[in-house]
Write a protein that binds this ligand. Sequence first.
Ligand code: CAO
Length: 414
Amino acid sequence: MKALDGVRILDMTHVQSGPTCTQLLAWFGADVIKVERPGKGDATRSQLRDIPDVDSLYFTMLNHNKRSVTLNTKHDDGKAIFTRLLETCDVIAENFAPGALDRMGFSWERIQEINPRIIYASVKGFGPGPYEDCKVYENVAQCTGGGASTTGFPDGPPVVAGAQIGDSGTGLHLALGIVTALFQREQTGRGQRVVCAMQDGVLNLCRVKLRDQQRLSHGPLKEYPQYPNGTFGKATPRAGNASGGGQPGWIVKCKGWETDPDAYIYIIAQAAAFDGLARMIGHEDWLEDPEWNTPAARLPKIDQMFSEIERWTRTKTKFEVMEKLNPLNVPCGPVLSIKELSQEPSLRQTGTVVEVDHPERGSYLSVGNPIKLSDSPVEVKRSPLLGEHTDEILRDVLGMDEAAIASAKADGVV
Ligand code: CAO
């Protein structure tokens, strides 16, 4: 059995944020029925295609383990079918532009009338307020949620992260909201509205930056590279690669950095492991030197300390540095390229990186379920072709007969 066996999700999500959420729930065993526009489907099916006329990796990597039904929810007969789907589902999830479902005639009030047990879950760009009607994509959310203003180097412009914290990050928040609402429904018998705004999700992930904003009014942020030789403004600044946790950390070059853009390692020079680190890089002299042998003495010279560390790391590969420093309890991690991650055997073994077969594109790599449950095994199945399960869903879920299905097809409803 799987954790969410018996839960049926009406999946109106598209692009990335919503599909991330429903894909996770599908991996946990929910029956996820993806409703797509006839003839078109989720826009990502055709975005960033690497093979002509074949569902893109963008789509296939975000829609595993789902079934696809095509349905025109703006057509009257389509609305009738959609209403019946709402009756049979536990959850409806969507991430359309604000008001899209209302414009189709399905307000939260109407949805509750149709099925009082249903959980109606949405991702939106913003919560109620001045921007609530705006459309939002990943990088917009990173900018409006505090991610960009706090990422990058102090002397450079704001930078967005490669990790999709706006889209996938908010999808994760929504998944938690949905399972929490399902849990509460066990007690109350009632569904509820679950909304996650991308701005809120990004800000939640930037929690420590709001911490720092408040600390700033009581003095400089000593773990930031601006201290003590630079200046602080009024807002939480960009901190480059500083660790942010009160322990000095930075990314340093390793052997091969001249030609390999990922020949770097992150090193945290925390006080508890400093003696071993100093000895390893050939600076035993620091141990007796009051200019170096306390965290307070080192603080104004963090740059110099990391250049000395780097003089040593440049003579070794990032993996050799890792081998040398780990036994000394120096927290460190090589900067791994996506190529290296895709080939890492341990990630293949745990199912975090999986190879999936697809009838039109052949085999491809994907990221499997990063959340491991000991009693709910995950089998990553390929994404559905557009409308692949239309007949099956109309017949088995809604009990429509062949004539009714044929007529819906003839009218362009499915
Ligand atoms: N049948 C008929 N119509 C359908 C349909 C179906 N099965 N599925 C969708 N539609 C319609 C919608 O009702 C909507 O119509 P109206 O504009 O008339 O109401 C229309 O298709 C398009 O929906 P949209 O406005 O959501 O799509 P878009 O491409 O213009 O905008 C996006 C995309 C992502 C900017 C917007 O959906 C959005 O802001 N979503 C919320 C935030 C979000 O999740 N962003 C992250 C996306 S991942 O990067």
